[in-house]
Ligand binder design. Structure first.
Ligand code: HEM
Length: 212
């Protein structure tokens, strides 16, 4: 029980810090995404900048919303206080995921790194959508534990942007790879990481339940 609280506390700190970082960076420090866009050279399609930026603003807003609503719904305290709130907040999460996926679908063809990166983002989109809808179907069938496990899998994808940028920095700044290659590795590395980490968490939960 105590361990669960510590894990939830760490998750809360990381999520809140990342939401604040994403909001400040994308709406205040670099609203034109100048730094990020400077890496987009030799795009096959012409990018309509005002449209891309507006889509990106919507994308970031709902990505933060998904991160916050998902976090709140993992809290036992909120769940015990009101199931109705959990349900409404759950729909806020699902709608946010849909909007992140939709906006991501618009941005994917212009992804840094070209076609391979675009394909990676499309895989991410379909995987996240499938996992999130499965979590919803499970609770409609009143399967609580399965719902919880699928939500752990779904919530991991809220860390996509953080994971892509961490892996990109590791390869670019750490190992000296060119930025674009590092970014593509970031996308595929994130898909692998965000699928594996929840499985480890789910298995650890299961073992703890059996042993204690
Ligand atoms: C909390 C989660 C997320 C946040 C805060 C977020 C934020 C951002 C931001 C700020 C950008 C602009 C470029 C950058 O600075 O990285 C971006 C681009 C993008 N995001 Fe997300 N995002 C999140 C999750 C996702 C997810 C789950 C997907 C896919 C399922 C996705 C797909 C994309 C795509 C396709 C782009 C364009 C990439 C490019 O042009 O190279 N994002 N995101």
């Amino acid at each position: 029980m105590k361990k669960r609280k510590i894990v939830y506390g760490v998750l809360t700190c990381v999520s809140i810090l990342f939401i604040l970082y994403a909001l400040v960076k994308n709406y205040l420090i670099d609203p034109g995404a100048v730094g990020f866009l400077s890496h987009k050279t030799g795009l096959k399609r012409e990018l309509n900048l005002p449209v891309w930026l507006n889509v990106m603003y919507v994308h970031v807003a709902f990505a933060c919303m998904a991160m916050a609503s998902g976090l709140v719904n993992f809290s036992n305290r909120f769940f015990e206080k009101s199931r109705r709130f959990h349900r409404i907040n759950g729909y806020v999460y699902i709608v946010s995921v849909l909007l992140v996926v939709l906006t991501s679908g618009y941005m994917a063809p212009y992804a840094t790194g070209g076609k391979i990166s675009s394909m990676g983002f499309n895989v991410l989109n379909m995987t996240w959508l499938f996992i999130s809808i499965t979590a919803l179907i499970q609770i409609k069938k009143k399967r609580m534990i399965r719902h919880r496990n699928w939500m752990i899998r779904s919530y991991a994808f809220c860390f996509t942007n953080m994971s892509i940028h961490l892996i990109t920095s590791l390869f670019h700044q750490g190992f000296g790879f060119v930025y674009i290659t590092s970014y593509t590795l970031g996308i595929y590395g994130s898909i692998a990481l965000l699928l594996v980490i929840p499985e480890i968490i789910i298995r650890t939960n299961r073992k703890e339940k059996v042993s204690g």
